[in-house]
Ligand binder design. Structure first.
Ligand code: ADP
Ligand code: MG
Length: 297
């Protein structure tokens, strides 16, 4: 049984008398333990609605959602479901509830009614996981955006969830902050086998996931591995950007140099260098003819 199972879910918000906004329609997907999945889509495509449905903050109008076999529609299961799926939201400033980092991280476990020694252990472990141990006694004012988001992640981690949903959690951060959060999340996925659903509009982040799901106006239009980037229209039709490396490769392909769909700058550079080596060799004998650099993937 998948860890998270979403079957044929519809969800509409009411927007006044008899007016509805259909946020999600016939959405089905499942996520296994330990998977790293990116969820992408334009503003208003239904990403946050999907996140809220996963931990039972809202309930589907049609279809069902189960977490570890428990339905989010079953009120008695909500407590267990929220222990299993932790959600980190966009704005780190709205997430710190107390004034000291370690107290903030302890907030969740305290609410679980755990023994003080267990709470202490979890707080230390969670802060260590996100590389924030040395800030345990700090107040939030001294922290950068990336550090605050790492504290928010530690607060969720202290509940020992099996899955973490990050709803544009890097959206308000600078590039360094984004990289910090991304590194922490990848480490948790790798070392703690934590399933991750990374909702993001940064395609470079999405390209680092094992699997990418695209939402377009409430519908899932693609669900697959990184090979989706070899069909760029899937992204552009949904109003999305492509990673810069894929866009550069597209432009070069139009000029006859096929580099495939390199997902980050380093792979772009390696593919470009090996393709150009081939070209240079041929260019000597071919004169300056602009030929199709076929010697590539
Ligand atoms: P995303 O996170 O992809 O930007 P959302 O899930 O927030 O998308 O929104 C999906 C659709 O539902 C949008 O049309 C949005 O305007 C609408 N919506 C979201 N939240 C509410 C709400 N609380 N009340 C009414 N409409 C909402
Ligand atoms: Mg959103």
């Amino acid at each position: 049984m998948p860890f998270l199972d979403i079957k044929s879910v519809d969800y509409a918000y009411s927007s006044g008398d008899d007016e509805y906004i259909q946020a999600l329609q016939s959405v089905s997907l499942s996520i296994e333990r330990g998977e790293f999945v990116a969820l992408v889509g334009c503003n208003g495509s239904g990403k946050s609605t999907l996140a809220r449905l996963c931990n039972g903050l809202i309930l589907p109008d049609r279809g069902f959602i189960t977490v570890d076999g428990m339905s989010t529609s079953d009120k008695k299961s909500l407590y267990e479901i929220r222990k299993r799926i932790g959600v980190v939201f966009q704005n780190p400033d709205n997430q710190m509830v107390t004034s000291i980092v370690e107290d903030d991280v302890a907030f969740g476990p305290e609410n679980l009614g755990l023994a003080p020694a267990e709470i202490r252990e979890r707080v230390d472990w969670a802060l260590n996981c996100v590389g924030m141990s040395e800030y345990a006694k700090s107040g939030p004012l001294r922290l950068s955006g990336g550090q605050k988001q790492r504290v928010a992640i530690a607060g969720v981690l202290a509940l020992k969830p099996q899955m973490m949903i990050l709803d544009e959690a890097t959206g308000m951060l600078d590039p360094d902050g984004r990289a910090e959060v991304m590194n922490v999340v990848e480490k948790l996925n790798r070392e703690e086998n934590m399933a991750v659903l990374m909702i993001t509009h940064f395609m470079e982040e999405a390209a680092r996931a094992d699997r990418i799901i695209i939402l377009d106006r409430g519908h899932i239009v693609a669900d697959g591995g990184r090979e989706l980037f070899s069909t760029p229209e899937i992204f552009t039709d949904a109003g999305l950007d492509l990673p810069i490396s894929v866009r550069l490769a597209q432009k070069l392909r139009a000029r006859g140099l096929d580099l495939g769909a390199p997902l980050d700058i380093d792979s772009f550079v390696s593919s470009a260098l090996s393709a150009l080596d081939v070209d240079r060799g041929e260019a000597v004998s071919d004169g300056e003819k602009n030929h199709n650099g076929g010697g590539e993937v």
